[in-house]
Design a protein around this ligand. Sequence first.
Ligand SMILES: NC(=O)C1=CN([C@@H]2O[C@H](COP(=O)(O)OP(=O)(O)OC[C@H]3O[C@@H](n4cnc5c(N)ncnc54)[C@H](OP(=O)(O)O)[C@@H]3O)[C@@H](O)[C@H]2O)C=CC1
Ligand SMILES: O=C(O)C1=N[C@H](C(=O)O)C[C@H](O)C1
Length: 265
Amino acid sequence: MTAAPIRLAINGASGRMGQALLSLLRRDARFELAHALVSPGSVHDGEPVWLGQALRHAHDWSQAPALDAVIDFSGPAGLAAALDHCLAHGVPLVTGTTGLDAALQSRLETAGASIALLRAANFSLGVALLTRLLREAAAALPDWDLEIVEAHHGRKQDAPSGTALALGQAAATARGTTLDATAVCSREGRTGERAPGSIGFAVVRGGDIVGEHQALLIGPGERLELGHRATDRAIFARGALQAALWLVGRAPGHWQLEDVIASPR
Ligand SMILES: NC(=O)C1=CN([C@@H]2O[C@H](COP(=O)(O)OP(=O)(O)OC[C@H]3O[C@@H](n4cnc5c(N)ncnc54)[C@H](OP(=O)(O)O)[C@@H]3O)[C@@H](O)[C@H]2O)C=CC1
Ligand SMILES: O=C(O)C1=N[C@H](C(=O)O)C[C@H](O)C1
């Protein structure tokens, strides 16, 4: 007997990530796209999602049918609305949206008591491995200076990227400290000397760069460079779909991409 497809909503369906997801969903029988959300006021609101099919972009969660999971790549306001819906209806939520403020972070923390949630600043396999390698390197070389450089397309709304911050957090934890205590996100003018133990961030924005992250561990007379370059958003979309498949039927809580990688469905 074949399992019924997972009824999915994509929040941010008209965006770069939404489009990457839709093009995979079109030929994946494990899922049924049941709702496709855009922003209130979007030029895509009411347009057909796929030519020749009935489903249309909507901005309103109140029109959503019964869902098995929501995937969100929108923005902070979009994520907040998706979270309201998931909490009200007990729907698992996968989100990759970055650039959240403290209030939304804290709402998400609390939501883990009621629904199954999987958040990742980066859904690629390569970045999952990079994070692991950086943790190990940062702990093994505790006195080496750590700088994280990221590059993205010119339309990105937040900086440093969620991935850069997550890499910094992983390294800080491996060194027994926190990102809040060590991060230096901008340098200008007479900055003085580099603070020992700090983690510096540098940001490049331009063109159509999909996403690049480099961690530089700089020691006396030598330097270790660990990096990842994404060239196709399909890698993030595949990771998010895998996560949604994995999350359906899980108990409420905060699940990690590493859980999905460790025991794929
Ligand atoms: N974790 C990961 O692996 C990745 C994370 N990201 C993150 O995902 C997010 C989206 O990125 P990207 O696709 O490039 O962004 P885009 O700007 O291309 O797309 C944003 C989408 O969200 C929609 N949107 C905006 N506001 C709302 C709202 N209030 N309610 C519902 N939908 C809304 C937009 O609709 P419209 O424009 O039609 O109005 C659009 O469809 C960013 O935070 C980015 O950092 C990106 C790539 C990978
Ligand atoms: O906005 C993007 O494009 C990306 N955002 C994520 C981030 O902020 O880390 C992940 C990826 O690098 C692409």
